[in-house]
Design a protein around this ligand. Structure first.
Ligand code: PMP
Length: 361
């Protein structure tokens, strides 16, 4: 069996050693005679897994004690809707910076509940840049300001944290969480689906400043209530134990590898190599995102001749480089290079791209 370098945007490649550990533990977890996913979520075994995962994530991200950490179902999209239900009153103003597809999605989820204002919008420019902060139109009385730290499809990433003064900042970090050090204290709420940098799809992480949990929000069922989830330690109902367990293994792997500062360096080298390969191709490959807003995690690129797309993908696959097809909204190619993508994988892609260009340029 040979594993390919997998550039999928999510679900995405996982560290091989994590998969091997999960495989080794699948039939018999730590000698209990059953898999961890066959045991009660309230038993001592899974409680240990859950508590270690939270503690390890707190260590990795240096999460302050006045922030709660939740492991929930429903994906990032559900959290997008719950944020309005939990933190804004019915019809209250909320501000959204829309810098790509996922910012638009976030806005769509809250429209039924609140008065959602677009504070900044990169759509007129094809989402190729982040609107300058000076042009953002922030409402003084907004319940929060929401932005998407990394746009997975458009390949646009904030390289700093927007300053929203006293209005809590909500960040969608689905595709860039734990990819570099981050000052969590700058945020009201930070959330991420797991399926890019944290583990398998099926669990989402929500990090919320505890004082915000006092907000009344909107009428909602208990299962949609973050305060109740905090009180119930993310176990109001049966949690996705397999996903939580695997994410926990990824956290331990990250810590053993040197933590977020080590991954920040690797990710900077990986993305620089890929952008250099594109920029030095004399127009054979192109990435259209403004230099200061280029994502370190998702690199969309186009070939100069669309007719070459199919052969590019086919030959890449034959070379062990898979899932490079771009999102249908943009076309072209996209290489997603999250923490678990080794530097050798990006080097192999860059070598393949140069070779393909030499043969087709
Ligand atoms: N936000 C971002 C930045 C994403 O990349 C995605 C998924 N690709 C989502 C939100 C939606 O996540 P989910 O499918 O887990 O709901």
């Amino acid at each position: 069996m040979s594993r390919a370098y997998n550039f999928s945007a999510g679900p995405a490649t996982l560290p091989e050693t994590v998969l091997q550990q999960a495989q080794a533990e699948l039939l018999d977890w730590h000698g209990v005679g059953a898999s961890i996913v066959e045991l009660s979520h309230r038993g001592p075994e899974f409680l240990q897994v859950a508590q270690e995962a939270e503690a390890d994530l707190r260590t990795l991200m240096s999460i302050p004690q006045d922030y709660a950490v939740l492991f929930l179902q429903g994906g990032a999209t559900t959290q997008q809707a719950l944020i309005a239900l939990n933190f804004a009153a019915p019809g209250q103003t909320v501000d959204y910076a829309v810098t790509g597809h996922w910012g638009k999605t976030a806005l769509k989820q809250v429209k039924p509940y609140v008065d959602a204002k677009v504070a900044a919008n990169g759509e007129a420019g094809g989402f190729r840049d982040i609107p300058a902060y000076g042009q953002w139109q922030l409402s003084k009385d907004a319940a929060y300001v929401h932005y998407t730290a990394n746009e997975t499809i458009h390949g646009v990433e904030f390289r700093d944290i927007p300053d929203t003064g006293d209005v809590p900042l909500v960040g969608d970090f689905s595709s860039s969480i734990v990819s570099e050090p981050l000052d969590v204290s700058k945020f009201g709420i930070l959330y991420a689906g797991a399926q890019k940098n944290l583990g398998p799809v099926g669990v989402s992480v929500v990090i919320v400043r505890r004082d915000l949990l006092e907000r009344a929000g909107q009428p909602r069922a208990e299962i949609l209530d973050y305060r109740a989830h905090v009180k119930g330690e993310s176990m109001l109902n049966t949690p996705p134990t397999w996903n939580w367990y695997l994410a926990g293994l990824v956290f331990k792997w990250m810590i053993a590898q040197g933590g977020v500062s080590e991954f920040a360096q690797r990710n900077a080298r990986k993305s620089a190599l890929l952008y250099r390969t594109i920029d030095e191709s004399g127009g054979f490959y192109r990435n259209e995102v403004a230099a200061g807003a280029r994502s370190r995690m998702n690199v969309p690129f186009f070939l100069k001749d669309e007719a070459l797309d199919k052969p590019f993908l086919k030959e890449a696959e034959a070379a062990g480089l898979i899932s490079l097809k771009g999102h249908r909204a943009l076309g072209g190619m996209r290489a997603s290079i999250y923490n678990a993508m080794p530097e050798e994988g990006v080097q192999a892609l860059a070598d393949f791209m140069r070779d393909f260009q030499n043969r087709n340029g």
